[in-house]
Design a protein around this ligand. Structure first.
Ligand SMILES: *[C@@H]1O[C@H](CO)[C@@H](O)[C@H](O)[C@H]1NC(C)=O
Ligand SMILES: *[C@@H]1O[C@H](CO)[C@@H](O)[C@H](O)[C@H]1NC(C)=O
Ligand SMILES: *[C@@H]1O[C@H](CO)[C@@H](O)[C@H](O)[C@H]1NC(C)=O
Ligand SMILES: *[C@@H]1O[C@H](CO)[C@@H](O)[C@H](O)[C@H]1NC(C)=O
Ligand SMILES: *[C@@H]1O[C@H](CO)[C@@H](O)[C@H](O)[C@H]1NC(C)=O
Length: 345
């Protein structure tokens, strides 16, 4: 009996000698598949290369037969990604991509004021088509704004009925007696909503108080409201300190509370003083006193330098302080030169 092992061995050796060499595992090519794929092939065995899904080659599939030499012929197959239609332009937006080919994706974003109508990303598929329809950038719109209570639309009227676009503005106003808290201008935002609406609140002011030595006039109503006005005045010889007209403001207070300030009696019998840049006799010019707020300049002597200088004095609510350097002449000292006649220092 011949052992089966020996038979196998002999048949193997004979095979090598007589039937030529086997072909090795074929070379791998990018993006392609070999059928059938084995570690070795007998001469005469066939293989075929074909491109993977999503890839194509000119000329299509390649078939090869294992030759007696045991060396596969040179394979020129080149599998290239499928190309999807051009998608590089998005009006009012931008496109990010590396290539419009399988298996890449393209990303889309829209400029401010536009929103993406469609998907933000499309993928180039195996069949060379995009996974989704290409998007577009549509303008953001805001619905007509809701008008707050006690508010009215100032402008533009059409925006109240029609929808508005990004950055459109609408101005609101409050009804009389109502004050606005917040911004009167609302703007259509990139999110398609309006910026925060203002609020209109009813505002009342207390009756203004009469100033001492003066009077105040206001509308003869039971209640004084926002934007109502009052006017102030003073009795003779008194001067109003503050504006003549005041207004009821949004926090329920008046814009000012003027008072009446007293005038000053002239503080010396006789003197030449500077008033608004002119030399005047105080006793003539201010016979009826100085009004609150008025300023005069007294002349003083600099004895050493034999010259004169001035110092100011202001009437403040009935009080005026004469500068210490001022010396009033006795009326009989006619030979002395008045400070106002001396050379200025
Ligand atoms: C597209 O967006 C995705 C997710 O944000 C990101 O991973 C990818 O790198 C982007 N592609 C390009 C080409 O910008
Ligand atoms: C969104 O895109 C579709 C398809 O391109 C288009 O018919 C539609 O009008 C767009 N919508 C808006 C609000 O622009
Ligand atoms: C919208 O605006 C147009 C033009 O500004 C105007 O003719 C129209 O009456 C407005 N209102 C509506 C509801 O379309
Ligand atoms: C009011 O809103 C407008 C438009 O949004 C803006 O330009 C303005 O600065 C705002 N005013 C104030 C006082 O916030
Ligand atoms: C508008 O919409 C954006 C995004 O949804 C939100 O963050 C914002 O608070 C909204 N603004 C107002 C005033 O409601």
């Amino acid at each position: 009996m011949i052992s089966p092992v020996l038979v196998l061995l002999v048949s193997f050796l004979c095979h090598c000698v007589t039937a030529g060499r086997t072909c090795p595992k074929p070379k791998e090519l990018p993006f392609s598949t070999v059928v059938p794929l084995k570690l070795s092939y007998e001469p005469g065995e066939q293989i075929s290369y074909s491109c993977n899904l999503g890839y194509v080659s000119r000329g299509g599939m390649r078939k090869f037969t294992c030759p007696l030499t045991g060396m596969w012929p040179i394979n020129t197959l080149k599998c290239q990604p499928r190309v999807c239609p051009f998608a590089g332009i998005l009006e009012h937006g931008s496109v990010r991509y590396t290539a419009f080919e399988y298996p890449n994706s393209v990303n889309f974003t829209c400029n401010k004021g536009f929103y993406l109508n469609g998907t933000a990303s499309v993928k180039c598929m195996e069949d060379g088509r995009w996974s989704h329809p290409l998007p577009n950038c549509s303008p953001v719109t805001c619905p007509p704004p809701s008008i707050p209570n006690f508010a009215t639309l100032k402008l533009p009227k059409s925006s109240a009925e029609n929808s508005s676009f990004y950055q459109d503005t609408v101005v609101l106003d409050c009804l009389p007696h109502y004050a606005m808290f917040g911004n009167d201008t609302i703007r259509c935002t990139e999110h398609g909503n309006w910026t925060e609406l203002p609020e209109c609140r009813e505002v009342k002011c207390p009756f203004p108080t009469r100033p001492d030595n003066g009077f105040v006039n206001h509308p003869a109503n039971h209640v004084l409201y926002y934007k109502d006005k009052a006017t102030y005045g003073c009795h003779e010889t008194y001067v109003l300190d503050g504006p003549e007209e005041v207004e009821c403001e949004k926090f329920g207070t008046w814009s000012a509370s003027p008072t009446c300030k007293a005038s000053c009696k002239i503080p010396v019998k006789k003197a030449v003083v500077l008033y608004k840049g002119e030399k005047v006799n105080i006793q003539d010019k201010f016979k009826n006193g100085m009004l609150h707020g008025e300023i005069i300049s007294f002349f003083c002597k600099d004895k050493e330098r034999k010259c004169s200088y001035t110092e100011d004095a202001q009437c403040l609510n009935g009080n005026i302080e004469v500068p210490k350097c001022f010396k009033e002449h006795s009326s009989w000292a006619f030979w002395k030169t008045d400070a106002s006649d001396k050379q200025p220092c």
